[in-house]
Design a protein around this ligand. Structure first.
Ligand code: EAX
Length: 325
């Protein structure tokens, strides 16, 4: 009898892993295409989840803006029409101004410092703040440091930016940054290849992977390594959905997403030198060492700009600036 009970128990243990989490498919949205930074994080997350749950929890990735632009994806996550997203920080900016602290110009001196702040308690404050708008902030993957490209002239100093029509993301901060630099900023959601090709805009700014993956070397002649802002993705889940999940499932999902984020950041950084060489080979004229001091000086008053006037946002910005010194 005891033996029988034991074998029944063992039998149960053999099958319990398949029912431990409850079968479901997580819909995850990204605006960019396979091979892009967002997709690399999303695909790694999918692999990890499906492996950890033996396929019981599936992840369906909706890429290439098939469900809309990043602002629209965020709305769908709030409504739980889709459960998760790997979304650039900038479009969060109109939803919760606390996210503006991430892309404060020339904030992080390098990748290691961005990781140190965003993976630490200060980054956690940003993730937690998003709950007020219906998001469970899980972790940060990345676009990376952004650089300027344009089709008019090689930009070496802020004076060269004067009057350039630069596409910016849907973010008040990004608009102010490019106004401050003397450009004519034009907010526009992703993707923007056609607008660049047709000359509706003179230029744009993005990390090196974008210039390569989206073939901007075909339609943009000049690039300047401005690294003016660090651009993260915020990896989020729908809070209403999240609250229905057992604690164990929440932990498993959060850990998988954060592992995917770390994997993607490493992958992105490892490829950057080869990307720069590739873009030069394709004929882009590149200013590798602009005098960034001149660019940085333009932002001396930005901390006291209205876009940082919310007391909580201002307080966090000042603490992050202090932590990066
Ligand atoms: O990640 O809109 C943007 O410029 C973003 O960086 C784009 O989604 C590529």
């Amino acid at each position: 009898m005891q033996k029988l009970l034991l074998s029944v128990l063992i039998g149960c243990f053999c099958i319990t892993p398949l029912t431990a989490f409850g079968a479901m498919t997580i819909k995850l949205g990204v605006v960019t295409k396979p091979g892009s930074a967002q997709n690399i994080a999303a695909e790694k997350f999918k692999d990890l989840i499906e492996q950890k749950t033996s396929g019981e929890i599936g992840v369906k990735i909706y890429h290439s803006a098939s469900l809309g632009n990043e602002t629209e994806l965020l709305q769908q996550i709030q409504l739980n029409t889709i459960q998760m997203g790997v979304i650039t920080d900038a479009p969060f900016d109109t939803i919760n101004p606390i996210t503006r602290v991430i892309s404060y110009p020339f904030l992080f001196k390098d990748n290691a410092q961005a990781d140190e702040i965003l993976d630490g308690p200060l980054g956690q404050e940003i993730l937690t703040a998003l709950e007020a708008q219906g998001f469970k902030g899980l972790c940060f993957s990345e676009n990376g440091f952004r650089n300027l490209t344009n089709n008019r002239r090689l930009v070496r100093t802020p004076a060269d930016i004067q009057g350039l029509k630069i596409r910016v993301m849907a973010s008040p901060l990004q608009k102010i940054i490019w106004q401050t630099l003397g450009a004519n900023p034009t907010p526009m959601p992703w993707p923007i290849y056609t607008e660049l090709e047709q000359g509706v805009i003179d230029g744009q700014e993005n990390p090196l992977w974008v210039m390569q993956e989206y073939k901007f070397y075909e339609i943009q002649k000049y690039m300047t390594l401005t690294r003016h802002v660090y651009s993260s993705h915020i990896d989020v889940a729908s809070l209403v959905w999240w609250l229905t999940l057992p604690a164990e499932t929440q932990t498993m999902i959060r850990e998988a997403m954060c592992e995917a984020a770390r994997f993607q950041r490493r992958d992105n950084r490892e490829k950057d030198a080869a990307r720069l060489a590739f873009l030069k080979e394709k004929g882009m004229q590149v200013e590798d060492t602009p005098n960034l001091g001149d660019f940085r000086a333009k932002f001396a008053q930005l901390q006291s700009n209205d876009i940082y006037s919310d007391a909580k946002v201002n307080d966090l910005l000042l603490r992050i600036i202090a932590a990066t010194r």
